[in-house]
Design a protein around this ligand. Sequence first.
Ligand SMILES: O=C(O)CCC(=O)C(=O)O
Ligand SMILES: [Fe+2]
Length: 290
Amino acid sequence: MSPNTNVTEIERCSGLSNIEFYNKYVKKSLPVVISDKAQWTSLEKFTPEYFKSNYNHIHKKVDKKTYSLSEIIDLCIASTPENKAPYPNIYSVPKDFPEYNEVIPNMLYGKSNRIFSRLLPKIISKQNNQQELFFGGKGCSFPRLHIDYNWVHTQLTQVIGEKDFILYPPNQTPYLYPDKLLPNYSQVNIINPDYDKFPLFKKAEALKITLKPGETIFIPSGWWHTTYIHNFNLTYAVDHVNSFNWDIFMDKNYLVAKKHYPKLAWIVKIYKVIMKRIFNLKESLFDRIK
Ligand SMILES: O=C(O)CCC(=O)C(=O)O
Ligand SMILES: [Fe+2]
């Protein structure tokens, strides 16, 4: 799938050290595909049959209907662009597949991920989904172009099948018509854009890649993105907060807190400032990225 705009291919890299990854991409807020770090995806374990026989007790509501995991997998296998499986089908790794935690190494920059730190209060870490599995089928696509919740960075590894990722840098926001109520969602349907309603979208410049099994894409904080699926599909996603998106992540959490707990939200502001120093110190002393 290609949006009707100017498109550049996202860079693919291999043999990248963590420090190179940091300096070339994370610091500069640039997306990249790492093609050689997720060997675990080739384990024969991750087949549709494995999930069906071991996890069929898991039920999920998608589009107001409840499905067992086997039903979701069968719908995804049978999916066609004309008769699409429901999407997205999102499962929480810690909640639904706790065993999975042991086989998925934190491969790119795990040490600096503040989302997994015990210093981050549960009330904040729980809301920011952390680790998910997405099942999908041919013709499915993520419903809307969006920026991830609370401006986390996201790292997605393709386990089965191919998935297109279409990204727009933050500086393209003026052409993407953010929703007034949900400003991290675009109003434009990029697959079939309504140029009468959204004329500036013609100017938007996208980046694109078809992610293949074993490859991982890094989507930096604040980048717009959406997906399109070519065949039966399984993707693993993990959210990430580090020194580069700490301030914006905590500012967004403050806004959420202010909505739900207006009298207590100031605690988030203070926490942001104090913990910034503590995390920076801890990371410079103990978590040097090698
Ligand atoms: O894998 C996908 O289809 C999209 C994932 C995504 O963008 C998200 O969960 O925020
Ligand atoms: Fe996303």
